[in-house]
Design a protein around this ligand. Structure first.
Ligand code: GLN
Ligand code: ZN
Length: 773
C-alpha cells in the first residue's frame, strides 16, 4: 500500500470557528477562562480535521499544521528564539503572550508580518539578533500528538524546518546573517525530534520550501550537515519542498540523510523525471499531485497516468500527497449551498482534495476498478468542464483576436497628455486627493447585507448608497481636497465586488482562506472567459460627479490584482485570463470617460506579489502584467487622467515596470518608510506624476499637519513639485470618521503649507537636480 497524506489542513475551520474563538478571546481580555475556551475550540477543530483525513482513507493524519495565529510563530514557540523585546520565555509561554507577539501589546508593537512565499497568507517574521537563544519551548506539539494518538490516529508531524525558519527571519542588532544561528538552533530541533520519536512518531514532514527560491549558495551548502545532525535523533524525515521547481538541487537532495523527499508536481511537474532518475533505494518520494493552491477538481485519470511510471520504479516508496499544505484552499465544498450544480461539480476544496488523494492511491495500488465509480464521476466532471459553453465566450475570444499593439498605448506620450490634463483640470500645485475608500461604517455594512438578503429593496439600497456618497462628497469639499472620490460604500471588497458583476466569475458563500491570524479572505473564482455585460461603476461615479464641480476619480481594481486575489482557472495561462480582465476594464474605463468622468484610478496593489519566486521567470510575468494594465488603461483620450495605486514597501526592483504602466499619476505607500522608499527614485527617474503617501492609514493615530508637511518636504527633495501629489498611503475603509476628519483636514493644511513654502523659493530652486518637469 502506498502512502497517502496531505501537507497540512486549513486550520481556520469550515465555519471559521478559529477566527471567532480567537476574536472572542481577545475581546474578553485574554483571561485564563477565555484561553481554556479557545483551547477547546482548537481541540475540536484538530479532531475534526484528523477525522476527515482518516475517514477519507489517508495513511496518516497530519499533526503540527495547527497554529493559534501563525505556524512560523508557533515553530518559534517550539524551539525558542522568540523576539527578545517581549521578554517571554518560550518554555513558559502562555496563549496571551503568544497573542501579544502576534498583535502587539502596550509595551511592544506586533511582530512584522509578510507574505508566505507567493501566497496570500502572511506569517510573522522572526527577529534574530546576536543574542538569540534557542532551547526549550511549549509542550503544544507533544500534546497534539497525544490527542491524535488518543483518538487512534496514525500521526505524521509537520514542522517548519530549521533552514526555512532562519531564512524567513530578519537579522537585527548587528547580526550579520541569520544562517549564522544554525548551529545554535539545531540542538533545539534535536530535542524536539527526539521527543517526537519517543512519542512513537514514525514520520516528520520537515518543510524546507526555501529551496524553491533562488537561494545563496551558503544555505544549500549548510543543508547536508544540518540534516546529518538531525537525522540520528529523529523519526524518519520527509524533506518537503513546494511552490516551485527544486530540480537544480536534485543531486544533493537525493544524497541528503533523510528518509524521503516531497516535490510539488502541480507547480513544477517536470521535476519528477529529474528526481526519479537514479532515485536512491532507501528513500520515499512524495509526489504532490493534488493542488493545494487552487479549487479545481483533480483530473484523476491524467494524474494516475502520470504516476504509473513512477509507481513502477518506486513501488511502495511512492507517496501521494497534496502539492503543498491545503491551508491555501477553502475548507469544504459541502458548505456551498448556492453554487449551481454544474460549477460545483468542477470544484474540490480541502475536504474533497483529501479524498482525491486517497482515491489516487487506491487506484494506483489496487487498480482503477477498486474506485471505478468515483473515477467515472471525476472523468465526467472534467469532460463537462472542458466542453461547457460557460467557459468560452465568443465575444471575448473575438475581442482578444482583434486586440492590436496600438491598443496597449495611449494616444500621446505622457508630456503631451499632461499638458492636455493640466488645461482641463487646472489643479493647484501639489494637488490633494485620497485613494478611494472611506470608512465602511456599520450602517453601510448593514445596508449592503440587507440588500443582499432581500430585505432592502433595490431602490432603498440605491438611495442608501447615494446618501453615503453625498456624505463623502460633502466631507471632501469641507476638507478642501482637490480631487474627490465617491467613497466605495457599495464595495464589500475591491475584488469580490467586481467578481460579482463580471461574467466568468463566481462567488462562494464560504470559501474562506486564512490571510493572517483571525483574518480570512474569500477569493472569487474565475471559471470562464471574463466578460463585462454592462458598466459596473458608472452609476456611482456619475452620481458623485453630479454633486460637485471638482473632479471625481472613477475607481477600478486592475487586471493583475483581480487575478492575484481570485482563484484562477487552470485551463489557460494566467496571462490570458489577465488580458480578458483587462479588456473588460478597458470597456469600463471607456464607459466612465463617455460619462464625463475625467480621472480614473486603476488599483494594482497586488502587482508585486504576483512576481514569480524564481528570478528567471520574472521578466515574462512583468511583461504580461504591464501589458494587461496598459490594455485596461489605454483606451481613453489624452485629457482623461489615469491614476494607479500600489501599497507595499518594496518596489525598487520593479520600478521600471511600474513606469512602463504609463499611468499619468501613481500613488504609493511611503509614510512608514519616512519617504525612504523614494530613494529608489533618485536612481530611477520615474517619468510621470506621483503621490507618495503622507498619512499612515494602518494606524488609528491622526498625524499632524506639520508631520505631513515635513513628509511632503522630504518628497520634494526627490520629486519636482509639478509632478507631486499629496494623498494618504491607501484607502480609508478600515478607519472611522473620527480619525479621517481631522487627518484629512490636516493633510490639506499640510499641502497648503508646502505650497506656501514653495512659493517663497526662487523658481530655479524649486526643482531637485536632474528632476524632470
Ligand atoms: N481603492 C482602494 C481603496 O481605497 C484601494 C485599496 C488597496 O490598495 N488595497 O480601498
Ligand atoms: Zn492601497
Amino acid at each position: 500500500m502506498s502512502t497517502a497524506h496531505i501537507l497540512g489542513f486549513p486550520r481556520i475551520g469550515a465555519e471559521r470557528e478559529l477566527k471567532f474563538a480567537l476574536e472572542r478571546y481577545w475581546r474578553d481580555g485574554m483571561t485564563d477562562a477565555g484561553a481554556a475556551a479557545l483551547r477547546e475550540t482548537g481541540c475540536q477543530l484538530r479532531a475534526s480535521h484528523w477525522k476527515t483525513q482518516r475517514e477519507a482513507g489517508l495513511t496518516y493524519v497530519t499533526v503540527g499544521d495547527f497554529a493559534w495565529y501563525d505556524h512560523v510563530l508557533t515553530t518559534l514557540a517550539h524551539v525558542g528564539g522568540l523576539p527578545q523585546r517581549f521578554g517571554f520565555d518560550a518554555a513558559q509561554l502562555t496563549l496571551a503572550q503568544y497573542c501579544a507577539m502576534a498583535r502587539g501589546n502596550a509595551a511592544q508593537p506586533a511582530m512584522e508580518m509578510t507574505k508566505w512565499f507567493d501566497t496570500n497568507y502572511h506569517y510573522l517574521v522572526p527577529e534574530y539578533s546576536p543574542q538569540t537563544q534557542f532551547g526549550a519551548g511549549v509542550e503544544w506539539l507533544f500534546e497534539e500528538v497525544e490527542e491524535a494518538h488518543a483518538a487512534g490516529h496514525r500521526a505524521k508531524v509537520a514542522l517548519v524546518g530549521p533552514l526555512t525558519l532562519l531564512w524567513l527571519g530578519k537579522a537585527r542588532e548587528g547580526l550579520s546573517d541569520t544562517l549564522s544561528l544554525l548551529e545554535r538552533l539545531l540542538p533545539a530541533y534535536q530535542r524536539l525530534l527526539t521527543r517526537l520519536r519517543e512519542q512513537g512518531i514514525e514520520w516528520v514532514q520537515i518543510d524546507e520550501p526555501i529551496f524553491a527560491l533562488d537561494l545563496p549558495d551558503a544555505w544549500r551548502a549548510a543543508a547536508p550537515a544540518a540534516y546529518a545532525a538531525l537525522a540520528p535523533h529523529a523519526p524518519k524525515l520527509l524533506f518537503t519542498t513546494y511552490f516551485a521547481d527544486v530540480s537544480e538541487h536534485a543531486a544533493w537532495l537525493k544524497a541528503l540523510p533523510v528518509a524521503g523527499l516531497h516535490l510539488d508536481l502541480v507547480r513544477a511537474p517536470a521535476q519528477l523525471d529529474v528526481f526519479i532518475d537514479a532515485y536512491p533505494a532507501d528513500k520515499v518520494l512524495s509526489c504532490g499531485v493534488v493542488d493545494g493552491r487552487n479549487v479545481w477538481r483533480n483530473d484523476l485519470d491524467a494524474t494516475l497516468a502520470r504516476l504509473t511510471a513512477a509507481r513502477e520504479r518506486l513501488g511502495e516508496r511512492l507517496w501521494l500527497g497534496s502539492s503543498c499544505s491545503l491551508l491555501h484552499t477553502p475548507v469544504d465544498l459541502g458548505h456551498e449551498k448556492k453554487l449551481d450544480a454544474e460549477l460545483r461539480a468542477w470544484l474540490a476544496f480541502a475536504v474533497q482534495k483529501v479524498r482525491e488523494i486517497a482515491l489516487l492511491r487506491d487506484a494506483l495500488t489496487q487498480g482503477r476498478g477498486a474506485v471505478a465509480a468515483e473515477f467515472d464521476d471525476a472523468r465526467a466532471a472534467s469532460a463537462a468542464r472542458r466542453t461547457s459553453s460557460r467557459i468560452h465566450n465568443p465575444l471575448v475570444q473575438r475581442a482578444l483576436a482583434e486586440l492590436t499593439e496600438a491598443q496597449a498605448r495611449r494616444e500621446s506620450v505622457y508630456a503631451q497628455r499632461a499638458q492636455a490634463q493640466r488645461e482641463r483640470f487646472a489643479l493647484p500645485l501639489l494637488p490633494t486627493t485620497t485613494i478611494g475608500s472611506f470608512p465602511q461604517t456599520a450602517e453601510i455594512r448593514a445596508a449592503r447585507a440587507a440588500y443582499k438578503q432581500g430585505s432592502l429593496s433595490h431602490l432603498d439600497y440605491l438611495e442608501a448608497m447615494r446618501q453615503h456618497i453625498r456624505l463623502a462628497i460633502d466631507k471632501q469639499l469641507a476638507y478642501g481636497l482637490d480631487v474627490l472620490v465617491h467613497g466605495e460604500a457599495e464595495r464589500n471588497d475591491m475584488v469580490e465586488y467586481f467578481g460579482e458583476l463580471l461574467w466568468g466569475y463566481a462567488i462562494t458563500e464560504n470559501g474562506w482562506v486564512q490571510s493572517y491570524g483571525s483574518r480570512c479572505v474569500k477569493p472569487p473564482l474565475i471559471y470562464g472567459d471574463v466578460y463585462l455585460p454592462e458598466p459596473m461603476t458608472v452609476g456611482w461615479a456619475t452620481y458623485a460627479q453630479s454633486l460637485t464641480d471638482k473632479p471625481v476619480k472613477g475607481m477600478l481594481t486592475g487586471p493583475v490584482t483581480m487575478l492575484q486575489w481570485s482563484f484562477v482557472r487552470d485551463d489557460q495561462p494566467r496571462s490570458q485570463t489577465a488580458l480578458q480582465i483587462a479588456l473588460a476594464l478597458r470597456q469600463e474605463t471607456q464607459a466612465l470617460e463617455a460619462a464625463h468622468i475625467g480621472m480614473i484610478q486603476i488599483d494594482e496593489p497586488a502587482l508585486r506579489e504576483g512576481l514569480p519566486l524564481k528570478a528567471r521567470e520574472r521578466a515574462e510575468y512583468l511583461a504580461w502584467a504591464v501589458h494587461a494594465f496598459r490594455v485596461a488603461s489605454s483606451g481613453v483620450k489624452d485629457e482623461t487622467q489615469i491614476h494607479t495605486h500600489m501599497c507595499y514597501s518594496e518596489f525598487g526592483d520593479i520600478l521600471a515596470s511600474i513606469a512602463a504602466l504609463d499611468a499619468d499619476v501613481i500613488s504609493i505607500e511611503t509614510t512608514r518608510s519616512n519617504m525612504e522608499l523614494l530613494d529608489a527614485f533618485e536612481t530611477f527617474d520615474y517619468p510621470n506624476e506621483i503621490g507618495p503617501g503622507v498619512y499612515d492609514i494602518h494606524s488609528p493615530r491622526v498625524p499632524t499637519s506639520d508631520e505631513m508637511a515635513a513628509l511632503i518636504g522630504l518628497a520634494l527633495e526627490r520629486i519636482a513639485p509639478q509632478r507631486l501629489w499629496v494623498n494618504p498611503d491607501c484607502g480609508l475603509k478600515t478607519r472611522d470618521w473620527q480619525q479621517v476628519d481631522p487627518a484629512l483636514l490636516a493633510m490639506v493644511e499640510a499641502a497648503k503649507k508646502a505650497r506656501a513654502a514653495l512659493a517663497l523659493k526662487p523658481k530655479k530652486l524649486q526643482q531637485p537636480a536632474g528632476a524632470l518637469v
